[in-house]
Ligand binder design. Structure first.
Ligand code: HEM
Length: 441
């Protein structure tokens, strides 16, 4: 069944992924408080691997899945290939991720590899569903091309991830071990996650600020340059080849080009005030631009293999996952979740009764406090990782966890409408979505 919003799936298909993802974010930031000593240690540690995959597979990948289930049909005008597959994919994936995280944490690698196969099965169902839907939309659209490329890199990430997981017990992989992990991590972070964010940004930032991509041809070139750069980085890390710095420079140039495009879009916007959701995304882009020279330095190998280099790698990885990716996602969810809930709870009541405006579904004061707490937490933790100072780290992680919970409480406020709006109107809660379905019929 689709809603009046052309092609949009039922609320609880994207909704369940977004709710589970927010839960994973709150769990990871709270759990990290109790793993500060492990995080201050060398980055290759089973507890760090467990928390890394709770963040990357739980929070980041599940948010992207939920957003894609909503955005691909609506923004690209192509009906979802199969809404029915969604709930199956969700449970396979969630069981797999939970299994991977727990088995990583206890250092039990057979169970970890078995769970990774569940994750792979869940990802393959998602990939087929999205690829078939994108095929309906066609790839003329810049955002569609980014999402299609990101899906290919997700497949590559998952296949190498499963091979790494199986290798821990079967020991069949050849090649420099940390290089293989770095290849996996960069294909995931640049190919799957950053490529998706770039594509979605080219769609949502102009939409939310009433502007447009100013140089579409340059943006198309930037897309290809980024692909060449990240594929080069992946293969040169995988093969421990000396070309890593060259491809890191190409990927870095493409990232700077994207930042220039985003600033050009904002300069031409017709809605002057920038809301806090967009400010989160812009701040996150600032962290990414900061990471380009650090990534280049690490790629050159100029930093000798000392404990300090290991701390730079930890801070680099943390700023990438928390500063660039997580802050972008928090900003985007402050745009997507209120819209989804408002649409399902109030769109059918417009003109029949007073309905709230979207940004009144949550506390803007809490959002503002959360913005500063998250940024203080992110920079404080990165400084603690770099300095190797457990106290700094504990303070940084504490601020980050409080910032994450302010976001969680605000999201809870919005989502609670799905259950309360009906009751106040003395009709069963299901009426919340039934209202919008009635409008559709
Ligand atoms: C099917 C999905 C995935 C599987 C099965 C998987 C599996 C693994 C395994 C087994 C390792 C450790 C390798 C070892 O110890 O030998 C690893 C490391 C890593 N993975 Fe994944 N991974 C997956 C997806 C992802 C995604 C989507 C991301 C990021 C967006 C990611 C980021 C990382 C990072 C950053 C490391 C290095 C962590 C560290 O050294 O502390 N992985 N992954």
């Amino acid at each position: 069944m689709t809603h009046a919003l052309t092609g949009a799936p039922p609320f609880w298909l994207p909704g369940r992924f977004l709710v589970a993802a927010i839960g994973a974010f709150l769990l990871a930031t709270t759990w990290s408080l109790f793993a500060a000593a492990d995080l201050a240690d060398f980055y290759y540690h089973v507890h760090v691997l467990a928390l890394t995959h709770l963040v990357t597979l739980g929070w980041i990948t599940m948010t992207i899945m939920g957003a894609m289930y909503q955005l691909v049909p609506v923004a690209l005008q192509a009906r979802l290939w199969s809404a029915r597959l969604g709930p199956w994919q969700f449970w396979l994936y969630v069981v797999g991720v939970a299994g991977m995280v727990v088995h990583f944490w206890i250092g039990e690698f057979v169970g970890m590899a078995g769970s990774a196969l569940f994750v792979l099965a869940g990802l393959l169902i998602f990939l087929v569903n999205m690829a078939a839907t994108l095929a309906r939309a066609g790839l003329r659209d810049l955002a569609a091309r980014h999402l299609a490329a990101a899906l290919v890199y997700l497949l590559g990430t998952a296949v190498l991830g499963v091979l790494l997981a199986l290798d821990k017990t079967l020991g069949f992989l050849r090649g420099e071990f940390l290089g293989l992990i770095a290849a996996h991590a960069h294909l995931a972070a640049l190919g799957w996650v950053t490529m998706t964010i770039f594509g979605v940004s080219y769609k949502l930032i102009p939409m939310f600020t009433l502007s447009a991509v100013q140089q579409p041809r340059l943006a198309a070139w930037q897309f290809w340059l980024f692909n060449v750069g990240l594929l080069g980085v992946f293969w040169s890390l995988f093969l421990s080849s000396p070309f890593t710095p060259l491809f890191a420079a190409v990927a870095g140039a493409a990232i700077l080009l994207h930042a220039i495009q985003v600033l050009a879009i904002l300069r031409q916007r017709k809605r002057p005030p920038l809301d806090l959701g967009i400010i989160h995304a812009l701040t996150a882009l600032g962290y990414l631009v900061l990471l380009v020279p650090v990534g280049l330095l690490l790629a050159t190998g100029l930093l000798p293999d000392t404990p300090f280099r290991a701390r730079v790698v930890s801070a680099y990885g943390f700023l990438g996952l928390m500063g660039w990716v997580s802050l972008t996602i928090v900003g985007m969810l402050y745009k997507i979740v209120p819209f989804l809930v408002w649409y399902h709870c109030y769109s059918a009541r417009v003109g029949l009764e007073p309905v709230p405006v979207m940004d009144r579904l949550y506390s803007r004061g809490l959002q503002r406090a959360g913005y500063w707490l998250l940024n203080l937490g992110i920079t404080g933790t990165a400084a603690g990782l770099l300095a190797g100072g457990p106290q700094w780290l504990a303070v940084g992680l504490g601020l980050l966890a409080v910032g994450a919970w302010t976001f969680g409480i605000n999201m809870g406020m919005i989502l609670s409408r799905l259950f309360t709006v009906g009751r106040r109107a003395r009709v069963p809660p299901a009426a919340c979505s039934a209202g919008s379905e009635r409008a559709a019929s």
